[in-house]
Design a protein around this ligand. Sequence first.
Ligand code: SAH
Ligand code: SF4
Ligand code: F3S
Length: 440
Amino acid sequence: MNEKHYHIITYGCQMNVHESEKIAGTLKKMGYEPVADSEDADIVVFNTCCIRENAENHAYGNIGALKKLKKSKKDLLIAVGGCMTQQPGKAEELKKKFPFVDIVFGTHNLDELQKLVELKLKRKKSVVDVWEKEGEISEKDKPFRTSYPNAWVNIMYGCNNFCTYCIVPYVRGRERSRRPEHIVAEVRSLLDEGYKEITLLGQNVNSYGNDADGAFNFPDLLREICQDKRKFRLRFMTSNPKDFTEDLVAAIAENPQICRLVHLPVQAGSDRILQKMNRKYTFDEYLDKVKMLRKRIPDCQITTDIMVGFPTETEEDFQKTLDLVDAADFSTAFTFVYSRRSGTVAAEMEGQIPEDVQKDRIMRLVSLVNSKTREKSKEYLGKIVEILCEDYDGKKGVYLGRDEYGRMGYFPSSENVVGKFVNVKITEASGVSLTGEIVR
Ligand code: SAH
Ligand code: SF4
Ligand code: F3S
C-alpha cells in the first residue's frame, strides 16, 4: 500500500476543532488519509491554542515528544499551526526550540497549507509562513467532518472586542463575516447530507454583519436558516452579553429548531473588574439580559464562562462573582484561572494575583458551580427528554447523545440509533450526565 497518512492534534476551542476539519479537508484532497497515531502518519499537524498558558504548554510537550519519531522516520513531516504561531516572535521561537519542525503556518493562511506542504516536499529547508494580516475569507476546500450527526459552521472570523485579558483579537485579527448566502447554502447541504445538529461559530456572533454596514445581522441569519423545516437543531456560540439583544431572543423564541440554551460568558461579577476587563456591561445589566431572556423563553437555560484571579481582584470582588452565579441560575459554567498573556493590556496591569489565592478562589467557585449543576441534574429524574444520539460506546455497551441543553445522556438500544432523535426516560442523574431508557 502506498497510501499517505495524516494525524492532526488539536487544542483549544470549537473554532479550532472545526479548523482542523478544514486542514483534514485539504490533506484529503492531497491524497492523505487519516490515522489515529502519529507513529503511522506521514504528516503530523499541531493545531495550537494560546488562550491560556497551559494550552501552550500542552502543545510544547507534545511537539517535543515527536523528536524521537522524527529521528527514526526522516520523511515524516511535522507542521505547527493555529493561534499560538500567530503571536509575535512565536514562529521563530518554535523553530529554535524544535528545529525538527518542517512547517510553521498561522490562522490567517490556513488556506495556503497545500502550497506550504508541497513546497516543503520539494526542499530541505523548513517552511515558515505566518501572516500578520488576515487573509480573504475563502470558500475553497470542503472541511472533512468526523463529527456526524453534529456539524460546525463558521459564520465569522476574528474579534474586535479586545477584552483586556484576551489574546484572541491579536491572533485572529479583526471581525470578518461570511456572506449569509454561503452560510445558508452550507447549512442546507449539511442537512441534505443528513446532519442533525448545526453549531454556528464566531467569537461574538452578535456582531455578525457589523463589518458589512449592517447589510445583514445575526437574528436574521438565524431566521433565514430556520426557513428549512426539516428536523434539526441549531446552536450558536459565543454570544457576548454586551450585544445580546431582544431581537436575538425573539429569533430564538420564533424558531423551535434553535436550542433553548444560550451560552453567555459573564467572566466576573464585580463591576470594577468587569470594567478593567473591558467587557462593557455591569452585574445589573447582565442580570437584566438574563431576566429578559427567561421572561420571553421560560424554558431557556443559560451557561457561562467565568474567570477568577484577574489582576487586582479582591475577596470582595470575588464574592460578587459567587453572588452572580447564584442570581443568574446558570445550568453550568466553564471556569478558568486568569492566565497572563503577553501582549494583552491586563498582562501589564499592577496587582497580578498570587497563584495560591487564584487556586483557592477557583476551588470555591467550582464547588458552587458543581452543586448548581447537580441540582439541575436532579430535575431531570423521571422526565422524558429528546436526545440526539451521537455515538455508541462499545466498552460500556451504551449509546450516548445530548439533549437540547447539551446534557450528555447514556442509554441502551437494540438497534443502531446514531444520528437519530430518541426519547429517553431519565432513571439516573448524577453530576453532569444522565442515564435512561428509550421510550416510544
Ligand atoms: N469569544 C468568547 C470567548 C472565547 S475564549 C467570548 O467572548 O465569550 C473562551 C473563554 O476563555 C473566555 O470566555 C474566558 O473565560 C477564557 N479566557 C480568555 N482569556 C483568558 C485568559 N487570559 N486567562 C484565563 N481565561 C481566559
Ligand atoms: Fe476574547 Fe473578548 Fe473577543 Fe471573546 S470577545 S474572543 S473574550 S476579546
Ligand atoms: Fe480558540 Fe485558543 Fe485560538 S480558544 S481562538 S484556539 S487561542
